[in-house]
Design a protein. Sequence first.
Length: 382
Amino acid sequence: MKLPTGFRAAGVRAGIKPSGKPDLGLVVSDEPMAWAIATTRNLVRAPCVTRNRARAASEQAVRALVVNAGNANCANGEEGIWDNDEFANVAARSLGLSRPQEVLTASTGVIGRKLPMDLVRAGVPQAAAALGDDVEPFAEAILTTDLVTKVAEVRLGGGGRVVGVAKGSGMIHPNLATMLAFVFTDAGLDQPALRAVWADVVGRTFNQVTVDGDTSTNDMAIVLANGRRPAGREELAGALGWVSTELARAIARDGEGATTLITVDVAGGRDERDAFAAARAVAGSSLVKAAVHGRDPNWGRILSAIGQSGAVADLSAVAIRLQGTVVYRGHPLPFDATELSRAMRSPDVRIAIDLAAGAAEGVAWGCDLSADYVKINALYTT
């Protein structure tokens, strides 16, 4: 897939990952970019998160993004901060940029291990020399435990495009998670407007995906716009929302050990906050996730998750539909458990809920919980 006009990217093998797979990505724009960021709410934050948040507060445009996948560079004290700063400095020098402040940084991987700066110093110039208009090398270089790359695109009416790339498979939960998401567009929108749009998009997409209930120290979602093509605010907001939804779904589908994407659609909410909260609670319930993995139509777990979500619901009229079958509407309804279990043997399981408390709607995405998830994370550093 090609990047939008004016963007170039690369992904290389710097040797940071023990596997020898691509592990260092670089993106640059020919022009300064308006940008917006959302980051983890975890109080333990990697220097890349802290530095990017400070850059956002300065309101300055940026030109480039450099990413390492293989080392989180988190909880390394002052040395980690210095190493992250040098990461940006090396990228700026390699790209011929006058100020390292024009470069955003991102890292993902194991916490508490020193970033191998000798590999970084050699790898970033290698990436700069390999820059091209294909996004796939970059998409591959940012992966960790992911099984597949995650890329999505939308074309805009004025000839512009929105292209998004993400990584994430485990430690995924609302308020972002162990995910990196980068969305690039050649459309134009001033920075204040872009930041308002992005906050809303992230709230409805990346903050509605959950794999295992854990949020991480390094996660961020960034949109970068170089303004080469015309686009209205509503059109661009819709395109950013569609691309981010596709990436969020891809993250859930590729959850560690997962076999099934779970989509939870909620209607009848008192307001959007309640509708989205109920959807998140069901998608994030370990009991619901385990039931889906076992193809067990145990609707009681769904009802219980609704009850602990904090969402207002008319319990005498709440309805639950599983794979298209209504199993509960204020009271249990008869259904063929064997047939419904068979319908749940699918890579996609949909849970539809009506809270019967209003007209608001919300959606969240998750995945089933398997024994393989435990195996992957039991052996992550050993």
